[in-house]
Design a protein around this ligand. Structure first.
Ligand code: RB5
Length: 146
């Protein structure tokens, strides 16, 4: 499985730790984030991660900025993206099971690396339940066509 990962300047170390964590488990990682410790604009990286997922360059995406909010908002502007900001594993798990999230976002200024790893693992281990949740996800995606 291939995972696109993107980040702004606030999340370089967090991104590197998560990339290592994923690669150690055999995931292929497409690094679309910055590795330069200079202030940059998170929408660039949210869009990159979102497009990589929607275009099929990656199966799933992870987006990290200071809070996870800005970069997830940007990713969610890409048609087909369902990005969720998660600061704990329960929301991450349910975002896969019920919302079929395809981009996980979190904040490098909000959570620590170990929590980020646990959230990432939980998110990757969960899968979409379909059924009644499919109808609701379809309703969300229909909003993009209005
Ligand atoms: C950068 O200062 C910060 O605004 C950004 O990383 C993110 O938290 C935005 O939502």
């Amino acid at each position: 499985m291939k995972i696109a990962i993107g980040n702004d300047h606030t999340a370089i170390e967090m991104k590197q730790e998560i990339q290592k964590f994923l690669e150690e488990q055999g995931y292929e990682v497409l690094n679309l984030g910055t590795d330069e410790a200079v202030s940059c604009d998170y929408p660039i990286y949210g869009e990159k991660v979102g497009r990589a997922v929607v275009d099929g360059q990656a199966d799933l995406g992870i987006a990290i900025c200071g809070t996870g909010v800005g970069i997830s908002l940007a990713a969610n502007k890409v048609k087909g993206v369902r990005a969720c900001v998660c600061s704990e594993p329960y929301t991450a798990k349910l975002s896969r099971m019920h919302n079929d999230s395809n981009v996980l976002a979190f904040g490098a200024r909000v959570i620590g690396v170990e929590m980020a790893k646990m959230i990432t693992q939980t998110w990757l281990d969960a899968s979409f339940e379909g059924g009644r949740h499919q109808r609701r996800v379809d309703m969300i995606m229909d909003i993009e066509n209005k």
